[in-house]
Design a protein around this ligand. Structure first.
Ligand code: FER
Length: 305
């Protein structure tokens, strides 16, 4: 028994040092609990950037034509499997036109259904597009866990190194397999100014890590309540002048009751120190869909302008 424990401790240490070589901490259930429970210290500029959306902004509204959701299947050499993504096509979608594309990434326990189900992204977009406040766009909601078994894990396996590793492996899946599949099947504009990458929590960390590393692919990047998989600022911003030149929009948000807010605060402060223009929106929510639906509302209106 003692031996097993020692081996387990050695394995954990090895994993932890491998992860810290990449600058991010290995997730364990205890660490995640501690991270969510971190003390919150708010600075003077940790405030809302925009007024709250109107009541009902995330509800289906009578008279508003809804977009439709399709399931996209694509094959990935990263996982060696056929993978699924949910794709939102705006009302009136026509292959005679071409649309910008927002890639929207879920959290550590979620999958391709989290944004459309739990967060209500389609209703938010339907209303914004109907009101002329957002441009008609395609929204791709993939499964960001690039593992052969990419099902949402049972609760006791969510905060494991294996699950977190799938989120890092998604970088290549996204760039080499998902984006080409989307652009082959849909009437997508295939230019960096017409591609956005955003996500919530684990997906927020992915969006910052992958988006800022591939500004040749994405000009618009958003991290909502980004998780500890977010790379340290020095790795996110190795060349601030180049980041400043290429970014159309960098959008950061977090709730002021979210124990992970220190991650976003760190990115915001580094951006400020490097004079990189960005949106910093701190609302009154915790780590939950109220914050994510509202921030999608604010972010989507500013895209592709
Ligand atoms: C962690 C705490 C939370 C962590 C990830 C999360 C990688 C992700 C939460 C989410 O996606 O909701 O320590 O480490």
């Amino acid at each position: 028994m003692q031996h097993t424990k020692t081996l387990a401790a050695i394995a954990l240490l090895a994993l932890a040092s491998a992860a810290s070589a990449q600058g991010v901490e290995t997730v364990t259930p205890d660490r995640a609990r501690a991270n969510f429970g971190r003390p919150i210290t708010l600075a003077a500029d940790d405030v809302r950037a925009f007024p709250a959306p109107p009541a009902g902004f995330a509800d289906a509204r009578p008279g508003v034509v809804a977009g439709r959701i399709e399931e996209l299947t694509y094959s990935s050499a990263v996982t060696g499997t056929q993978r699924l993504a949910s794709v939102y096509l705006p009302a009136g979608y026509s292959a005679e036109r071409r649309y910008p594309v927002l890639y929207l990434l879920h959290g550590i326990g979620g999958n391709q259904d989290e944004w459309r189900g739990y967060v209500r992204a389609p209703q938010v977009l339907d209303n914004l597009i109907a009101d002329g406040k957002a441009l008609p766009m395609i929204v791709v909601m993939p499964n960001g866990r690039a593992l052969a078994d990419d099902r949402s894990p049972p609760p006791d396996r969510v905060f494991t190194a294996e699950n977190a590793a799938g989120f890092a492996k998604f970088e290549r899946d996204l760039l080499e397999f998902l984006i080409p599949a989307v652009e082959a099947k849909y009437a997508a504009l295939g230019e960096r100014r017409q591609r956005a990458l955003a996500g919530l929590s684990m997906g927020g960390g992915q969006a910052l890590n992958f988006g800022l590393a591939h500004l040749d692919t994405f000009a618009w990047v958003g991290g909502f309540s980004s998780a500890p998989n977010t790379l340290p600022a020095a790795e996110l911003l190795p060349d601030p002048a180049d980041t400043r030149r290429q970014l159309a929009l960098l959008y950061l948000s977090c709730g002021n009751k979210d124990g992970l807010i220190n991650i976003s605060q760190g990115v915001h402060r580094a951006l400020k120190a490097s004079d990189i223009p960005h949106v910093w929106n701190v609302d009154e929510y915790g780590h939950d869909r109220d914050s994510w639906a509202e921030n999608l509302f604010h972010f989507a209106q500013r895209l592709f302008r």
